[in-house]
Design a protein around this ligand. Sequence first.
Ligand code: AHM
Ligand code: MG
Length: 332
Amino acid sequence: MLRFTMPVTLQHHVQQHHGAELASVIQAIAEASVLIERSLRTAALSDILGAQGSTNVQGEQQQKLDVLANDLLTEVMRQHPAVAAAISEEDEDAIVFTGKRDAAFVAIYDPLDGSSNIDVNVNVGTIVSIQRVASGIEPTAAALQAGSAQAGALYVNYGPATMLVYTAGRGTHSFTLSNGEYLLSTEGLTIPPQGPYYSVNEGNADDFPADIRDYLQSLRSGGLFGTRYGARYIGSFIADLHRTLLKGGVFLYPPTVKAPNGKLRLLYEANPLAMLVEQAGGMAVTVPMAGMPAERILDLLPQALHQRTTLAIGGPVEIGALPARATRHLVA
Ligand code: AHM
Ligand code: MG
């Protein structure tokens, strides 16, 4: 006999497990992402592809869709009574909303990650970290708490299907956009302990620390685990991470000569994804130059909103096998 089960909506899921206030913030972000998704779907038809002609605080060229996604998310956050401030990768300073002294959260986001891939119709994503504002704390100080204090984190992967993956500290759960609504796909995602792929920009390999080059070589040759790893690199963090979360393996952005502290941003990219991956049984650590100890991403105390970090993130087997200097106080 066929049984019909009601699909579980995102809002219902968050509300049931984490309360109404956080649920309404996550739901508002989800609604903004639906509008971003619509713009992406028709961008090639409506003159919103291509460069805006401006650069952001990171000195990167902004795409029109970067600006559109940023404006949209910021407006939605401004209107939400529980959000005290918006902190965006695209804006130099925090946007602190007036008249919301008791608001419980700050929203920290990369509105459209991987936007250099938009013009070639490759996945892009929205990433959001939600920090709690303790009473008497300025919103900017709340944003500079360690990643381990995050109330929640989510990303939206705009792909053949649009998926939203969130955690609020009790597992990592995925939802698929269907007729304007996110419906539960998988409750309690678990990253495979070991996977078939490594993901890194190998064009930078000559710059990597020698022991990281050796590590990658031993994944390729099968010398490390007796099985040869394949390479996958899209160049959109969310697309690379979504695959890593589902299929297993490891994503790395090690230090390079051009980016000695890594390229990815701690607040907008590394922290939210570290929480999502840890909640799914994975790990996320820094990849310092040889001789320096690695640290758990979620333990880092941010010094600045736009701080960058090196990153290795993925399954416990691959992260645990990183060169010893990089994991010595993390692995028993
Ligand atoms: P963005 O936030 O400006 O779009 O840049 C971040 C992107 C990530 O999506 C991706 O993982 C990384 O940059 C790729 O960098 P590279 O081209 O150096 O490999
Ligand atoms: Mg970006």
